[in-house]
Design a protein around this ligand. Structure first.
Ligand code: CTP
Length: 432
């Protein structure tokens, strides 16, 4: 049973002592102001699912800004960031704990896909405006009711039965991003859409509801999908719900595309384990994979519409990949291999590897990531100048040539490098 004591215990067990005392303090201060405070949304859902804590969202039936300022002045080491225009505030603590506070509100949508007009309203109305019943539960924080679950729309039974259900019939029309949120939750939790909700989604899709949504808002949701740790269930749903056009034309051979995505997921895990300090942009990796077979102009149109950051790098990699793959397949010297692959971002190289799981391309890509790109000349600039070379750009050229000679196995250590340098002195330092 999900009673007061159970939830109190779960918050304590999952989020720890500091969280409980901050939430209790918040509840006490809310009560002292004559208002009520509640945990709401995704954090209640995740608490009940015993999943890792996401951001803590708190709704106040009353003035959230005033309460946040009051709390910031009393609880330890907090940093307050207020957004008076939205009536919201964020409190951060030294231990990374973070709470977002907002006043309870109702929303009206002037048109589909538009941002809502907001008015004050009670907690029940605030829960009613939300996307799915599993995200429309609250936990009371005031002392008299701390830990009590508010579940006016049967979210708990939907959560227990793995069901996604909207609260009202216009939900997808008012906010089409909820279709992609449904896809994300279905994929992440392996939930099913309840029949009536599925019908409402199909109706919304039949009237092409996404045309009302701006590119950046659509990209925000697509990006969340591309960042899922397991992307495949989400892509399968994209196929099943015929949503490919949001991202690309439907693939001719979805099974082959899924197999490439699966390999890219394995490569992502390998890369992150092998190079934990190197950033890897998962959404950028999967855009390269999912868009590898669509023409440049169409990619550019989508990049412009979405307003994707790093668009030039994505285009650069995708333009170069076929030619680089062809050259690598022919078998070339390691220094040439390095020169080719250094034109790509890491995400581009992983896309290349996912697309060529065996043979010389795979071997070249792995060799580049593991060793080639880290290899330097055995001699430094100072050592080169000690051999009588004048300072200047030519020294840099010699450093590169020495590195290439090392890659190609012509030299191995400092001594063979010195010898190589003296032998090559008669040649010009710049490569032809
Ligand atoms: N919400 C909504 N409609 C949206 C976006 C959000 O009703 N289009 C509501 C839901 O109640 C949701 C809450 O706002 O739980 C917080 O949204 P968000 O932080 O985006 O999502 P979470 O549910 O917390 O999910 P995640 O774990 O993916 O962050």
């Amino acid at each position: 049973r999900v009673g007061r004591h159970y939830l109190h215990g779960e918050i304590h067990r999952q989020w720890g002592e500091a969280a409980i005392s901050r939430l209790q303090e918040l509840g006490r201060r809310a009560a002292a102001m004559g208002s009520s405070a509640y945990l709401v949304g995704g954090c209640v859902r995740d608490l009940l699912l015993q999943r890792n804590m996401t951001d803590i969202d708190v709704v106040i039936e009353g003035d959230a800004l005033r309460l946040a300022a009051d709390l910031a002045a009393t609880v330890s080491a907090s940093h307050l960031h207020s957004h008076p225009r939205f009536g919201t505030a964020t409190l951060r603590f030294a231990d990374q704990f973070r709470m977002d506070l907002a006043s309870s509100r109702v929303e009206h949508y002037p048109q589909p896909g538009a941002l809502p007009i907001v008015q004050a309203g009670g907690i029940q109305a605030d829960l009613w405006r939300r996307d799915f019943t599993i995200n429309a539960m609250a936990i009371a924080l005031n002392p008299a009711s701390f830990g009590q679950l508010l579940d006016p729309y049967r979210g708990l039974s939907d959560l227990q039965e793995g069901r996604l259900r909207v609260l009202h019939t216009l939900s997808f029309i008012e906010d089409p991003t909820r279709i992609l949120r449904a896809l994300r939750f279905s994929a992440r939790f392996r939930f099913e859409m309840e029949a009536h909700t599925l019908g409402l989604m199909k109706n919304a899709l039949a009237i092409d509801i996404f045309r009302h949504l701006s590119g950046p808002r659509l990209w925000r949701e697509i990006r969340y999908l591309l960042q899922l740790s397991d992307l495949l269930p989400a892509l399968r749903l994209l196929q099943e719900w015929r949503l490919w056009p949001l991202l690309r034309p439907p693939p001719a051979d979805p099974a082959a595309l899924f197999a490439t995505v699966q390999r890219a997921l394995t490569l992502r895990d390998w890369f992150q384990l092998s190079f934990p300090r190197e950033p890897l942009l998962q959404d950028a990796l999967f855009l390269r994979i999912l868009w590898h077979d669509i023409p440049w102009a169409e990619r550019q149109e989508r990049l412009n519409y979405f307003q994707v950051g790093g668009a030039d790098e994505i285009q650069n990699d995708l333009q170069r990949l076929p030619e680089i793959a062809a050259q690598l397949a022919r078998g070339i010297r390691p220094s040439q291999r390095r020169a080719l692959l250094s034109q790509l971002r890491v995400e581009g190289i992983l896309a290349l590897l996912a697309g060529h799981p065996q043979g010389p391309i795979q071997a070249a890509g792995l060799a580049y990531l593991q060793t080639d790109r880290h290899l330097a000349s055995p001699l430094g600039a100072k050592e080169i100048m000690a051999l009588g070379f004048a300072p200047g750009p030519a020294v840099g050229q010699w450093l590169k040539r020495l590195r290439d000679a090392r890659l190609d196995g012509e030299i191995s250590d400092e001594e063979s490098a010195r010898q190589w340098l003296l032998n090559n002195l008669k040649q010009p330092p710049c490569k032809p």
